[in-house]
Design a binder for this molecule. Sequence first.
Ligand SMILES: *[C@@H]1O[C@H](CO)[C@@H](O)[C@H](O)[C@H]1NC(C)=O
Ligand SMILES: *[C@@H]1O[C@H](CO)[C@@H](O)[C@H](O)[C@H]1NC(C)=O
Ligand SMILES: *[C@@H]1O[C@H](CO)[C@@H](O)[C@H](O)[C@H]1NC(C)=O
Length: 505
Amino acid sequence: MHVLRRVRLAIQTILQVTLVTAAFQQPFLHSESVGYRNGWDQYDEGLFTPLGSLDLLSENQFTVLHHPVFPSHGVRIKKSSFCDDTVQAYTGYIDIQARHIFFYFFESRNDPDTDDVIFWTNGGPGCSSSMGLFMELGPCRISANGTTTTIHPESWNSNSNIFFVDQPIGVGFSYADYGETVGTTEEAAKDMAAFVFIFFEHFSKFKGRAFHMAGESYGGRYIPVFAAEVYDQNTKLAEAGLTPINLTSVMIGNGITDFYHQVSSVFDMQCTSASVPPVVDIATCVQMKQVIPRCQQWLKKSCLDTFDRINCRAAMDFCEGHLEGPFWSTGKNPYDISRDCDGDISETLCYPVTRSIGSYLDRPEVRALLGVDPSLTANFSSCSGEVGRAFSDNLDGDQSTQHYVAALLERGVRVLIYVGTYDWICNWVGNERWTLAMEWSGQSEFSQQELKPWGVNEEDSRIGLTRSAKGLTFATVEGAGHMVPYDKPKESLELVQRWLSGRGF
Ligand SMILES: *[C@@H]1O[C@H](CO)[C@@H](O)[C@H](O)[C@H]1NC(C)=O
Ligand SMILES: *[C@@H]1O[C@H](CO)[C@@H](O)[C@H](O)[C@H]1NC(C)=O
Ligand SMILES: *[C@@H]1O[C@H](CO)[C@@H](O)[C@H](O)[C@H]1NC(C)=O
């Protein structure tokens, strides 16, 4: 009884929407010692038998799972034969009180019982992870007419179990009973930490498995904050005698992690040969160059040194207007500066395949197959404007997320920053700059490394450039745009396999 009460109290604290920051950090490895082992044995003593085997789930209906210590949280999950017939696939919702988070889960094509687990989110803010699933790293792609799927051989589930999560609430098939949405990354992080905990708690075969949190684009802000929340949650899990999440690494593709370095780097992309020859005329480039010092001083004063909402917003408007404005009139694809935008960016994001994904996900039989909640009747939208605006109103993107990255590195969580070199919007120049400028105990060792080529064999099949030290790796993928696995599937699989195996670059 005592244990149960302790666990319940701890869970309530962990899952409460108003989570307080842990007063002290317990390095994860310590929690592996006696305390949590004993605690787990006690906790498991007939109190709850997790479903454990995913094979028990039905294809035709949701299995609803509850956990005795947190009755207001649950999992609705079903087997969904689609996308990849060679593995088990599951879809469903993690229900956190009135909030319902939709996910796709694919087992590994290699060995689901031992392979690592990856959590994937797309960015936006407000875009659905079905984009990553169906056009980038997932096990299948959608036919142009949006009716069928074809197997994708270079899927990241080649060697890992992988989740695709529609988050935050209000994105993709995730919803809330009272229509509330989430407007900051910190708030979204609480739902994600609860999501991750609830999943592992129910599917015990994945417990303790090496766990990687990955994302792209705005994921450069989400993922460090989410991983930090999972890390801090672990301290409480260990105290409550529960199994912590084995948070091993963070992977960020073409991310926006440090807006300060990113915003001025668009100059290098447009006006130098950093990736492709300049795309903007000299007169404009000179004006842009002259604006950079003022932009940087203003951002530093109003966003970095002290955060002043009104001035920070004004500084961002000034910088973006002068530095990004000229690019938009070129008609180039902001996600791939080597091409023109294909279609209307607000409709297709320059990639007409997004339309096919939408048609596929709007098919009634697909919705039934996936178990999309019947209350969601609107057409699928790849990105939620409402969520995007809420984040923007809160200046969520104008935060120094690199501090989270540094904090994770200090605690032994490895970090991979990979960047397709043709992306303009979250380009490699800005990503290289912030990784070098980030303050952490490995900074001097990391920044003293020269960039060196990496690839399958030697120089002639080089994939890009890389530098690593003390758990941090920066790697480029040459000739890829913002969505690296879309442009370079083979290279992206090589990247993730090297990273998961710890082989290095
Ligand atoms: C859609 O495309 C697929 C694959 O190209 C094809 O097999 C199928 O017949 C098409 N369906 C329709 C309705 O055109
Ligand atoms: C976490 O995963 C790593 C890598 O697979 C493994 O070596 C380690 O033993 C795991 N830790 C725990 C507590 O299970
Ligand atoms: C939903 O999509 C269908 C098919 O593309 C279209 O005909 C319909 O107008 C859309 N509905 C709304 C509300 O946009």
